[in-house]
Design a protein around this ligand. Sequence first.
Ligand SMILES: [Ca+2]
Ligand SMILES: [Ca+2]
Ligand SMILES: [Ca+2]
Length: 471
Amino acid sequence: MFNIRLYTLMFLILGQSVLADFIIRYEDGSHEISKYDPRLSDSLSLLSKSVSYIEEDRILYKHALESRDPLVFDQWIFNNYIDDSFSRSKALENEMNRVSVAVIDTGILNHEDLINVMPGADFISDIENSRDGDGRDEDPEDLGDYGPSSCKNTSSNSSWHGTHIAGIVGSTSHNDIGIRGINDQVNIVPIRVLGPCGGKTSDIADAIRWSVGGKVDGRSQNSHPVKVVNLSLGGRGSCSNYLQEAIDFATSKGALVVVSAGNEASSIDSAEFTPVNCKGVFKVGSIHSSLTQSNFSNYGKKIDIYAPGDNIYSTFNSGYSTSSYDDYAFLSGTSMSAAVVSSIAAGVMGLNSELTLDQVKNIMATSGELIDCLYGDCEGKLALDPLKAYQKALVTLRDTSYSYDDNDVEGGVETISSNDTNFTTNSDGGKCGTIIRSSDRQSFYRLISSFTVMLMAFLLFNSFFAFKMRD
Ligand SMILES: [Ca+2]
Ligand SMILES: [Ca+2]
Ligand SMILES: [Ca+2]
């Protein structure tokens, strides 16, 4: 027995389609599948047998996520982070304009899950460090950063760091291949600056300038000027004048320069690490899924935002030294966190192109949840919530009078290292890149080589925390 009016009411309340099939079970044990619901017409009385029950023949679905990226289940940021914020944020991508992001790194490899890669450049000027037989060129292919003895880099493994970063910034979603992209509305502009012996400050600075559309001697202009510059690299020392000039140029073009805080588990407030001590950069620390600071992450009052950087799964290559076939790997580091921030910042800009750079910084710095502290000076610091950032972008009106407090690291003018006495710092402090050479010409080259070794050490340190999964 059943109450027709009650069931009718239920159908109306639940909004279920009356066009669905219906299962009719008769009291004699037989059944039939009906295209019509006999309860909603006068046909119930026409049925030849007594009815035990009638129910909708509902459609059920496989227990898969909407994604068609088979490795998405290894991406914890899509499965276990702030109310599925990364997954939910993807629904807004169809409202975005495409934004270009520079990945200034070890170069890039062709990869099945990296589709939106634009023409890039190779800014490694040192022939030995380039491995490609010449200086700067048009081809940013990563030839591996496995170590030659010439720069004391004895690692036999290549990091494929640039390919991994590129995958975080903009791998391709819903293509039945690999991982899900954090933001698909991104053009990746890969620029190679880091070789086996690290990267020169001058190459990195010129790469920044070129990426945002600036002129660099000997190079044709970038056909896809970027609005976000990702720098997942660093070393010790003050901020170089030459690098600061390039960052200022990028800022003048409205581009956000995203910088990883570093993996020394140290405070960046001491101004010891660069380029995070440069002015106007967006400084990113690392957290893991519980929103706790990663144990390797640099920290401090000057951090702008924290983002996932622990065990981040992204595009990789199976080759140990030279490249082989497409692969995926887990890497950890503030490098990965910066790439996440770069990808979402591009999304914010893509949702609202009217925003000023300062407004973009504000949205990125204030859209998040409080982190759990592992190290000091983290009170009030946030872990990025991408959905919240996108929603703010959609409702924020352009305001040219708004000024973001860049929270610059003060006195980024420390000496390179304690045993290097050839340098002094500018006594008035506070200005980036104010090393004054106090000794002979040779000291300049010592500065460059020292910085290069430090960059290399940073990469190696990064690799130390890498957990590569093959197959
Ligand atoms: Ca070259
Ligand atoms: Ca090249
Ligand atoms: Ca994919």
